[in-house]
Design a protein around this ligand. Structure first.
Ligand code: OSB
Ligand code: MG
Length: 373
C-alpha cells in the first residue's frame, strides 16, 4: 500500500469551561490533526496532543508542526506505507517528539485497521465493548464551587473523580469533597507541583481523606521521592509524566516508585508503545489505565480503543465529549452510559467520522504533502 497524500491541519476548539491545573489554565485547545490518504482513497486520522504552550512537557504545537513538516510526513510519502510499529522504528533515531510521533502512528493505526475492515480496538487485540471512565476536575475558584462541580459530575454518572491539586489547593478541597461524598472514589493529580520534601505532608492528607490514588506529585525525574511516598502508602502512587518509554518504566518498577501507570499515547510516543508499557506494568503487578489530554473526538476515539485492551484495569480519564467541547469535530459524540462507561465504536478504524461542519468551524490552517514524482 502507498500513500497518495498527507495533510496536517491546525484546529481550535473552545472548552465548555476553563481547565486549570498546577501548570496553567486552558480555555481553548489548539491542536494538530494528521490525515493520511491511501492510494485506494481510505483516510486514517491521528490527533497530536501537544498544547500551544510547552507546560505539561517540552512539546508544543510549534515543535510538533516543525518535526511533522520537516521530517515525519515527507519521509512517510517517500516509501510504501509502514505498519504503525515500523513507522515508530523509522523515527526512533529522532530523539523526543513523542506526541508528534504518536499523531502519525495513530493515523497509521486507523488506516491499517480500516484497510483490514476491523476496529482499532480489534487491531490492537482489545476485547471490551465498553470502557469504564472517570472525570478529571480542574482547580476551581473556591472550595464550595469545587464541591458543586463534583456534585454535577456525580449527577452526570461519573463514578470516580480525579481532582487536580497543587500546594495550597489540596487539604481544604479534598477534605470538603470527602465530607460531602463519604463513599466516592477520589484520585488526585498534581502534575509535578510539589517539592520532594512534601512526602510526609501529602501522605497525611491523602490517608486522612481516603484518597485512592496520588498522581505525579513530584518532578518527572524525582523517582526516589515517589518511591518514598509509595513505601507503606495506603493509596496508589501513579506516575504520568515520569514514564516516557520502556526504560523509565523499568527504573520506576525497580525503585518501587510506581503502583499505578497512567498511559497516554502522546506522552509515550504511540498506542503500540502504550500497549507494551501497560502489559509490562501488569506483569509486575502494577495496574494501568488510559489518561487523557482533553482530546477532540478523534484522539478520544483512539483512547477509547486503547482502553478496551485487557491490560487496562482502572477507569480511564476519558469523559463524554460534552464535558470538554460544546461542538466537536466528529459526527457522533461520546456519551456517558450506565456504569460510568463509554461504548467502544465498532469500526472500521476509529469508527468515528469527521463532521464537515465541526471540522470547518475548528480549522485554522492546513498543509498538504504529496508523494514526490
Ligand atoms: O495530567 O492527566 C493530566 C489534561 C491536560 C494535561 C495533563 C492532564 C490532563 C487531564 C485531563 O487530567 C484528562 C482528560 O482528558 O479528561
Ligand atoms: Mg496526570
Amino acid at each position: 500500500m502507498e500513500l497518495r497524500s498527507a495533510r496536517l491541519h491546525e484546529l481550535e476548539l473552545e472548552l465548555v469551561e476553563p481547565f486549570e491545573t498546577s501548570f496553567g489554565v486552558e480555555t481553548t485547545r489548539r491542536f494538530l490533526l494528521v490525515e493520511l490518504e491511501a492510494a485506494g482513497g481510505e483516510v486514517g486520522r491521528g490527533e497530536c496532543v501537544a498544547a500551544t504552550e510547552p507546560l505539561y512537557s517540552g512539546e508544543s504545537v510549534a515543535t510538533a508542526r516543525e518535526i511533522l513538516t520537516s521530517r515525519f510526513l515527507p519521509d512517510l510519502l517517500r516509501r510504501p506505507v509502514p505498519t504503525p510499529d515500523a513507522f515508530l522504528a523509522s523515527v526512533e533515531r529522532y530523539r523526543g517528539h513523542a506526541m508528534a510521533k504518536a499523531a502519525v502512528e495513530t493515523a497509521l493505526l486507523d488506516l491499517a485497521a480500516r484497510e483490514r475492515g476491523v476496529s482499532v480496538s480489534a487491531y490492537l487485540g482489545g476485547g471490551r465493548r465498553r470502557v469504564e471512565v472517570g472525570v478529571s476536575v480542574g482547580i476551581q475558584r473556591t472550595v464550595p464551587a469545587l464541591v458543586r462541580r463534583v456534585g454535577r459530575y456525580l449527577d452526570d454518572g461519573y463514578r470516580r473523580i480525579k481532582l487536580k491539586v497543587r500546594p495550597g489547593w489540596d487539604v481544604a478541597p479534598v477534605r470538603a469533597v470527602r465530607a460531602e461524598y463519604p463513599d466516592i472514589e477520589i484520585w488526585v493529580d498534581a502534575n509535578q507541583a510539589y517539592p520532594t520534601r512534601a512526602v510526609e505532608r501529602i501522605r497525611r492528607w491523602a490517608d486522612a481523606y481516603h484518597v485512592a490514588q496520588v498522581e505525579q506529585p513530584f518532578a518527572e525525574r524525582a523517582i526516589r521521592a515517589h518511591a518514598r511516598l509509595a513505601a507503606d502508602a495506603r493509596f496508589r502512587v501513579c506516575l504520568d509524566e515520569s514514564i516516557v518509554d520502556d526504560v523509565s518504566l523499568e527504573d520506576a518498577l525497580e525503585a518501587r516508585a510506581i503502583t499505578s501507570l497512567n498511559v497516554k499515547t502522546g506522552r509515550v510516543g504511540g498506542a503500540t508503545v502504550g500497549r507494551r508499557l501497560a502489559r509490562r506494568a501488569v506483569t509486575a503487578g502494577v495496574p494501568a489505565w488510559v489518561g487523557g489530554m482533553l482530546e477532540s473526538g478523534i484522539g478520544r476515539a483512539h483512547n477509547v480503543h486503547l482502553a478496551s485492551l485487557a491490560a487496562f484495569t482502572l477507569p480511564a480519564d476519558l469523559s463524554a465529549s460534552d464535558r470538554y467541547y460544546a461542538s466537536d469535530i466528529v459526527e457522533t459524540p461520546f456519551v456517558l452510559g450506565p456504569g460510568s462507561r463509554l461504548d467502544v465504536p465498532r469500526g472500521p478504524g476509529t469508527g468515528v467520522e469527521l463532521s464537515e461542519r465541526g471540522f470547518r468551524r475548528a480549522r485554522r490552517a492546513s498543509r498538504s504533502f504529496r508523494r514526490p514524482r
